[in-house]
Design a binder for this molecule. Sequence first.
Ligand code: V47
Length: 379
Amino acid sequence: MNFSHDSKLTSIAEKLDVGERLSLNDGLALYRTNDLAALAKLADTVRRERHGAATYFNVNRHFNPTNVCYVDCKFCNFFAKPRDAHAYTHSIVEGLAIATKAVNEGATELHIVAGLNTKLPFSYWTDLLSTIKTHHAHLHLKAFTMVELDHFARFYKMTDEAVIESLKAAGMDSCPGGGAEIFAEETRDKLCTHKCDAARWLNLAGKAHNAGLKTNATMLYGHIETIEDRVDHLIRLREQQDESGGFQCFIPLAFYPPGSQLEHLSPPSAIDSLKTIAVARLMLDNFAHIKAYWVMLGKSIAQVALHYGANDLDGTITEGGELSEAYSVEAGEVKMNKSEIVTLIEDAGFEAVERDTLYHPIKRNVGVRATIENLLAAV
Ligand code: V47
C-alpha cells in the first residue's frame, strides 16, 4: 500500500526518516496536501518518537491585571482605552486574592498577561509579582510576553537586561508566548503596526533565554495572513531556537473574530487548525512541545489535534481570566476540571500526565483509567 497519494508527502517522509530538516517548500507542501491521514501519520510518528503516548496538561489560572492598552491590534477584542466604561486595572490586593484563590483550587501556575498601560509605574509590576510570590512561593509565575518586556524597556527607559532581571528578582519564573502574532513584516504592519516587530520579539526571547528563563512561542493564524507567512513564522522561530534554545512550547492560536476589527472574517476551519498543528510539529524539529490550546480550538478539535502531533492541552484553567473569556470558542465559562481533561486525553488513546510549567510530571495526578488499572493490578 502506498504511504500517500501525494508524492510530495512521500518525499517529506523520506527526509524525516533520515533526520533531514524540512524547508519552506516542504512546509507549504504539507499545508497544501489533501491527504490528511498521511499528514497526521507523519506528525504523530514524530510526536511518538519524542513523547510516546504522554500528553501533558497543567492546572493553571490566567490573570490579566489590566485591559488598558494603546496598541490597537486589529484582531484584539480585549483592549480598552483608559476612559472606556469597560477599562479596568486590578489593584495588587486584588491580584493577590486572585492568586490565592487559584492556589486554593490547586493551580501550580499563574499565567499573567496584560495590556500596555501607560498609567502604571514599573513598580506596579514588580510589586504585583513580589506580593504574590511572598504569599505563594511555589506558585509558578509565567508572566509577560516579549511585547510587554519591549514596552517596559521603552516606556520606563530601562535596558532589556534590567527589565528582565528586575522582573526575575520580583518573581517572574518564565514567560508566555503571546505577542508573536505573525512575523511577516507586511502582514504584521497591517495587523498590529504599533507592536514591536518580529526581529525585536525574537531578540527579546533570546535575551530572556540567556537570562536563564524558559519562554513559549505562539502564532496567531486564520486572519489575513498567507500560508507562506505561517511557514516563514515557524522557520524564524526554529532559527531563534537554534541560537538560544529556551523555547519550551509552541502554541498556534486560532483567530476568533467576534468583537475584533476583523469580525467580518470567518474563523479558521477544523482542517486548517489540524494542519497547522501537524505542520508545526514537523517544521519545529527543535521544539519539544506543541500545544493544542483547547480554549481557542474548542475541546473536540483539541482532542483530535493529539493525533496531529500535539502533546499538550494547556491547563485545566480554574478560571479563565478576562482575555481567555474574550476569545474562547467554548460557550459559557472557560473552565475544564482535571477529570474532564484526563478523560479527553484518555478517550483519544493517550496517557494524561499532569505537569508543572517546566514540564516536570506532578505525581498527585493519575489518570482515571490508570487509577483503575493500578487498583486491579494490586488485587
Ligand atoms: O498574543 C488576541 C492572541 C494571545 C485574539 O504561552 C487572539 O502557554 C485569537 O499568548 N483570537 C494571548 N487569539 C494568549 C497567549 C497564550 C495562550 C495560551 C497559552 C500561552 C502560553 C499563551 O492571544 C495574544 C494574541 O496573539 N489573541 N486576540 C483573538 N481575537
